[in-house]
Design a binder for this molecule. Sequence first.
Ligand SMILES: *Cc1c(COP(=O)(O)O)cnc(C)c1O
Length: 243
Amino acid sequence: MSTIAENIANVRERIARSAVSAARDPSEITLIAVSKTRPASAVRDACAAGLRDFGENYLQEALEKIEALSELPLTWHFIGPIQSNKTRPIAEHFDWVHGVDRLKIAKRLSEQRPAELGPLNICLQVNISREPSKSGVLPEDVAELATAVAALPRLKLRGLMAIPAPAEDSESRRQPLRALHECLQSLPMQLDTLSMGMSDDLGEAVQEGATMVRVGTALFGQREKTDDPATPPATHTKTEDTP
Ligand SMILES: *Cc1c(COP(=O)(O)O)cnc(C)c1O
């Protein structure tokens, strides 16, 4: 039976192995623990085991955890889709937002970021696999959006984020990750963050230049099935016992 500490050690080992194979320093890569659907107690345990960065998709659930755990030194990342009428609590309670794909949302986040907090860190979400029904700006439109977002006063544009279409083999997983890296390098400004890589493709993502990986299942076990687009129905075999 794996404990959270063992799972963290395994994920860190995967990150380190991939980093070394790409001649990168593993300390350049931030592990974001995706705690959506997990109770606050799971976040507390992960914090005790050394994690500080947590990613949440569902606003109401996230706000409850942020409030309950306010005494812990945590960095909170909003990684879900953003509705324009929900920007204020995001601007007030998070440190990072990874899913910005429209200027309207960015403007609202900038206007609503409280003056006493530092600028809100932003990654633009790119629809790197060009899936018709998925969120994200298309690669050819990223530069224009990045230029506009970089000019907003209460935001700090940090980089790009993507959720590539699922793929069976390693080379097909790698292609969109490489494309996101190239997209970052093609921008008119220098940015330091590539948010890509989840439980199944974090090795490829690190090899292709990820600086933040967003990992849920490999740390906390399988989630209950939801309609979350980033949670395809479980097709792989569980590797651990669940109670
Ligand atoms: C759920 C989610 C993840 C984590 O996915 P796992 O496969 O459980 O590691 C990462 N990023 C986003 C945007 C998510 O919604």
